[in-house]
Ligand binder design. Structure first.
Ligand code: NAD
Ligand code: UDP
Length: 317
């Protein structure tokens, strides 16, 4: 059966890879974006295709559409971008999710919400299972994003209980891959851009904090299984391979230019010390485990950045 999908944030990094998968399935896709951090370049190859429509819209405003599935990804994900206008970020999470749940209710669509490992805050237990309720600051510089995603999860479950809306909640851990913005500010893109430009790599703090990095194709596969499976979540989707930021810097440096230096900068406020998903639920419910190792995923990401680096208009948003 051909489905009609709405992908909010579809011109962004993860959203555009999801659009590719849905289009390759032969389904119809409505890609909705306000282009805050998304780019038409990411979905340009589908413009003009009869199954594809592009909608410039801000999810903080309601919209009426006829769809079967709503993939709700619209929200800046990099600290640099979500802290640019934190009040707008909180509005995007709350009002955006509220509007999309309202749409799902009206048309009987199933909605998957892109939540985040940030709902665990700076975690006191390690690794993090879905049952952990988190340690999030309500007043810090990351709160607009973290608390925004927490209320978005709450809205999903209240729409499910009150109105019977079919929801799926994915808690995404750090994801990387081709099409990340060069000025995104996240660690993988920063290190690759710095290394390709011959600049020292900027490690915040001592680089001993950890993250677990998931390649984007693995995440999108998890998304598809979660949407069509019977479990609402919340469900962790991430790669359990845990690395210190210094280890990541070393991996990037040895691939691009082993002679580069590291420079150490202050650790941002509320920066979580460690992050690693427990993915037993996704394994047992969806038969999902990530398959791309960090070294391999970095090679693919570096190849994409190299290509854009050589055509400077491609690197700039
Ligand atoms: P991204 O910044 O590349 O994509 C977000 C997209 O949403 C962009 O295209 C942006 O223009 C659009 N957008 C932002 N505000 C909007 C608004 N008000 N109305 C309409 N469109 C809007 O980020 P991403 O990495 O692709 O993340 C996608 C989703 O996944 C986000 O919801 C993010 O919170 C979540 N997530 C991502 C990661 C990760 O590591 N990439 C981790 C956890 C959660
Ligand atoms: N980080 C870093 N150098 C950079 C960018 C980020 O050391 O140039 C660190 C950052 O302090 C954090 C980790 O890398 O500890 C991951 O940062 P990112 O912004 O990618 O994701 P998040 O903190 O939201 O998990």
């Amino acid at each position: 059966m051909t489905l009609r999908h709405l992908v909010t944030g579809g011109a962004g990094f993860v959203g555009s890879h999801l659009v590719d998968r849905l289009m390759h399935k032969g389904d119809e896709v409505l890609c909705l974006d306000n282009y805050f951090t998304g780019r038409k370049d990411n979905i340009r190859h589908w413009i003009g295709h009869p199954n594809f429509e592009l909608i410039r819209h801000d999810v903080t405003e309601p919209i009426k559409l006829e769809v079967d599935r709503i993939w709700h990804l619209a929200c800046p994900a990099s600290p640099v971008h979500y802290q640019f206008n934190p009040i707008k970020t909180a509005k995007t999470s709350f009002l955006g999710t509220y509007n999309m749940l309202g749409l799902a209710r009206r048309v009987g669509a199933r909605l998957l919400m892109a939540s985040t490992s940030e709902v665990y805050g700076d975690p006191e237990i390690h690794p993090q299972p879905e049952s952990y309720r988190g340690s999030v600051s309500t007043i810090g510089i990351r709160s607009c994003y973290d608390e925004g995603k927490r209320i978005a999860e709450t809205l999903c479950f209240d729409y499910r209980r009150m109105h019977g809306v079919e929801v799926r909640v994915a808690r995404i851990f750090n994801t990387y891959g081709p099409r990340m913005l060069a000025n995104d500010g996240r660690v993988v893109s920063n290190f690759i851009v710095q290394a390709l430009s011959g600049q020292p790599l900027t490690l915040y703090g001592e680089g001993t904090q950890t993250r677990s990095f998931c390649y984007v194709d693995d995440l999108v596969e998890g998304f598809l299984r979660l949407m069509e499976g019977g479990h609402t979540g919340p469900m962790n989707l991430g790669n359990p391979g845990e690395f210190t930021i210094k280890q990541l810097a070393e991996l990037v440096r040895e691939r691009i230019n082993p002679a580069l230096d590291f420079v150490f900068k202050p650790l941002p406020q509320d920066d979580p010390l460690q992050r690693q998903p427990v993915i037993e639920l996704a394994c047992s419910e969806l038969g999902w485990t990530p398959s791309v190792q960090l070294a391999d995923g970095l090679d693919r990401t570096i190849a994409d950045f190299r290509q854009r680096h050589e055509t400077p208009q491609g690197v700039n948003p």
